[in-house]
Design a protein around this ligand. Structure first.
Ligand code: NCD
Length: 307
């Protein structure tokens, strides 16, 4: 039963529960009208302590399309946070005003703390360089729909694997599906954290390799998951400038890839995917962003217990 629960970590729900959410998302995509009133009278609070376009708007769009309403902030300096209010106190109050919360925060673990003091479901919309479980739901639904499966694939993850929370969450989630191989493509400075290798990949016997050049592996991939170098998490500008253009996928590189490989990206992109790739049939990142809204509709409907 998903009603009343929070989503903080991609492993909070079982595979079967995820399946339930995907099934509902598919039904909503097929017949959105049927779901346009299910959340009437419900309110989503979006508490965004960090910048966002897609995630916040897709949450808000999702709630509005379910017939519910939205309140919240995306500029914490205009709230009592700037007076020193704690997360625990903020959420205690917001719990009285809303029925469900989506929270993004620069500090790892902040949404978890919020869920401990909340009377209503809390959804982690990204916590620092840690996790981003609703992006993972988006990524899984996109792969499942376009590739028709979540197992037996070679998945390349490329770019900022150190700070990229979407990559951390996706690897966690993929560890439950059979027979996937993960190829981690990054410069030395942006390699995946050790804990992900030890506690997720190795513990679950997932085949993986770490490489530096995308050209060396692109022909093996079924999915290429590109990421942006996470400027806001660098300690100095110099390192960022040196690393920001480590990988740029363009038509030339794409010509080496399989015909049915798909390119995903959580977005925003900066330089890592050339615009001339957008028209290639393998470019699925805009479609992915669309799935993001539908999967958030399904998630919130389940957590609020209205579907
Ligand atoms: C991602 C994030 O916030 O982690 N964006 C998103 O939610 N779609 C990726 C990023 O910012 O690079």
């Amino acid at each position: 039963m998903l009603k009343g629960r929070s989503l903080i970590d991609p492993m909070d729900f079982t595979k079967e529960e995820l399946e339930e959410i995907f099934e509902l998302a598919e039904k909503i995509i097929e017949n959105p009208k049927e779901y346009s009133h299910v959340a009437e009278g419900k309110i989503l609070a979006t508490l965004f302590y960090e910048p966002s376009t897609r995630t916040r708007l897709s949450f808000e769009g999702a709630m509005l399309r379910l017939g519910g309403e939205v309140l919240g902030f995306s500029e914490p300096n205009s709230t009592s946070v700037s007076k020193g209010e704690t997360i625990a106190d903020t959420i205690r109050i917001v719990s009285c005003y809303a029925d469900i919360v989506a929270m993004r925060h620069p500090k790892e673990g902040a949404p978890k703390v919020a869920s401990m003091y909340s009377k209503i479901p809390v959804i982690n919309a990204g916590d620092g360089g840690h996790q981003h479980p609703t992006q993972t739901l988006t990524d899984l639904l996109t792969m499942k729909t376009i590739k028709g499966k979540l197992s037996n694939m070679t998945i390349g993850m490329c770019g900022d694997l150190k700070f990229g929370r979407t990559v951390h969450s996706l690897i966690k989630a993929m560890s439950r599906y059979k027979n996937n191989k993960i190829i981690l493509i990054s410069p030395d400075e942006l390699k995946i954290p050790e804990y992900i290798k030890k506690e997720i990949l190795e513990k679950n016997n997932i085949e993986y390799e770490e490489v530096k050049r995308i050209e060396d592996v692109i022909d093996k991939l079924d999915v290429l998951y590109m990421t942006r170098v996470q400027k806001e998490r660098f300690f100095n500008e110099e390192d960022y400038i040196r690393l920001k253009d480590s990988y740029i996928i363009d038509k030339n590189k794409l010509s080496m890839a399989k015909d049915d490989m798909i390119i995903l990206h959580p977005l925003p992109r900066v330089n890592e995917i050339a615009y001339d790739v957008d028209n290639d049939k393998r470019a699925c990142y805009f479609k992915q962003a669309q799935y993001g809204m539908y999967v958030r509709m399904a998630l919130m409907a389940k957590l609020m217990g209205v579907c």
